[in-house]
Design a protein around this ligand. Structure first.
Ligand code: UGA
Length: 433
């Protein structure tokens, strides 16, 4: 099919490349000229494993093109909206400015029978509002909402082999068009839920709210574990064996971040309040509060381990991205901890395999190095806050020869406390005795 993808960020660039990989003819559109120039040259403007390969093959095949001109979307049968919905400054609500602007700019270019497919995460009710606008401005076109569940770091696989497809539609035609687009996944047996707009919009924020709640639940348990000498990792293993609970997303640590979970639970809460149902989602405020408290716990632990103050003490911060296999530092707990320690007067040196360029743009006041050894050299405290494989694999004896003081805070509970302690380290995790 002929497809346009409006918005070429973490979601849109992967979606456009994956659609071309499936054999569709795709044009990716974005207002950011630098991003479009990079993509057109086959270079992803961000780190995502597997993306360079499909981007290069799709651009070389001629099935994938990029443009900054929305007029180039004309003629496509399907237009995916994949622009961002960031948090409004000073409020929890989602900023729909980019969605509305992309939608309006597309109206003059809609061919007869064209289908607009919303992928952006939006407050429930948005699709209904846009459908009314479409009926007035371009009645020859229609709208579907098809939320995306990809995880950064696994975005290509999650797009090509999704664990479910959700279509918010008002008629069978839109569903059959989406079936054609996702034929490979459907033939592979991917479950497909065809529903209304509101349910499709809610599926997305409900899923992210559930995941956030699961993480904050185990982090709350880690606070109780700290107060009682219990071990939150063993606790998670034990309750995780109950298939109704499940072990995934029960890793206690510095908490969740990124461009999705934090802003989605806040936007969902704000929308519920608008709907007069704020009480129903009151617990999400607590989920958010528990999550942010984890960052503070790591900072407090650093102060404690260094004997009451971090002032002028050298601290190596391992990781700045919100999770491994990503260069994304949006709402990153790791970067937040580094910034807070620096604010308290610590001599912070932060390192990360992929996230340093983005971190520098946001927090130029921090010292960065791309070398783990350089970061560790003469450190009086090591704080692991993003569980990159290379940090998990550090050898405590070898690292012990680099630092000035063998003290480590494992902000992701991924190291073996026994191995580190027996190499002479003072080891502290979150909710681990
Ligand atoms: C999340 C969802 O997992 C995707 O399904 C969804 O499509 C996406 O948001 C989105 O809305 O676009 P993502 O933000 O890429 O994906 O990252 P996750 O893998 O969900 O991790 C989120 C955060 O939770 C990370 O900071 C991670 O370190 C943290 N986390 C995860 C924990 O602290 N503990 C865990 O046990 C699991």
């Amino acid at each position: 099919m002929r497809i346009s993808v409006i918005g070429c960020g973490y979601l849109g660039a992967v979606h456009a490349s994956a659609m071309a990989e499936l054999g569709h003819e795709v044009i990716g559109i974005d207002v950011d000229e630098r991003k479009i120039a990079a993509l057109a040259a086959g270079r992803p403007p961000f780190y995502e494993p597997g993306l360079p390969e499909i981007l290069t093959s799709a651009t070389a095949s001629g099935r994938l093109r990029f443009s900054t001109d929305i007029a180039d979307a004309a003629g496509a049968e399907v237009h995916f909206l994949a622009v961002g919905t960031p948090q409004v400054a000073g409020s929890g609500a989602a900023d729909l400015g980019y969605v509305d602007a992309a939608f309006e700019s597309l109206l003059p270019y809609l061919a007869d029978g064209a289908l607009i497919v919303g992928k952006s995460t939006v407050p429930v009710g948005t699709a209904g509002r846009l459908a009314e606008r479409l009926a007035a401005g371009a009645p020859h076109a229609s709208l579907a909402w098809n939320p995306e569940f990809l995880r950064e770091g696994f975005a290509v696989k999650d797009t090509l082999e999704p664990d479910r497809l959700v279509y918010g539609v008002v008629d069978d035609h839109a569903a059959s068009v989406l079936d054609q687009i996702y034929r490979a996944a459907i033939e592979a047996g991917t479950p497909r839920i065809v529903t209304d707009y509101a349910t499709a919009e809610l599926v997305k924020v409900a899923a992210n709210s559930f995941l956030a709640t699961k993480i904050s639940f185990i982090n709350a348990m880690s606070e109780i574990a700290d107060a009682t000498g219990a071990d939150v990792t063993a606790l998670a293993d034990a309750i995780g064996h109950d298939a109704r609970i499940g072990r995934r997303f029960l890793n206690a640590g510095v908490g969740f971040g990124g461009g999705c979970l934090p802003k989605d639970i806040r936007a969902f809460t704000a929308r519920a309040e608008e709907l007069g149902r704020g009480d129903a989602l009151g617990f999400l405020k607590e989920v958010d509060a528990i999550n942010l408290r984890q960052r503070q716990r790591v900072v407090d632990l650093a102060i404690e381990v260094l004997g009451g103050s971090v002032f002028q003490r050298k601290v190596a911060v391992l990781g700045v991205t919100f999770k491994p296999e990503s260069d994304d530092v949006r709402d990153s707990p790791a970067l937040d901890v580094a910034v807070q320690l620096k604010g308290l007067g610590a001599e912070v040196v932060a390192t990360d395999p992929e996230g340093l360029d983005n971190a520098r743009l946001r927090h130029p006041q921090l010292d960065y190095t791309s070398s783990t050894h350089e970061a560790l050299r003469d450190a009086e405290l090591v704080v692991l806050v993003t569980e990159w494989r290379e940090y998990r694999a550090l050898d405590p004896s070898r690292v012990g020869g680099l630092v000035a003081g063998r003290r480590i805070i494992d902000g992701r509970n991924v190291l073996d406390p026994v191995a580190w302690r027996s190499a002479g380290w003072q080891y502290r995790g979150l909710g681990r005795p």
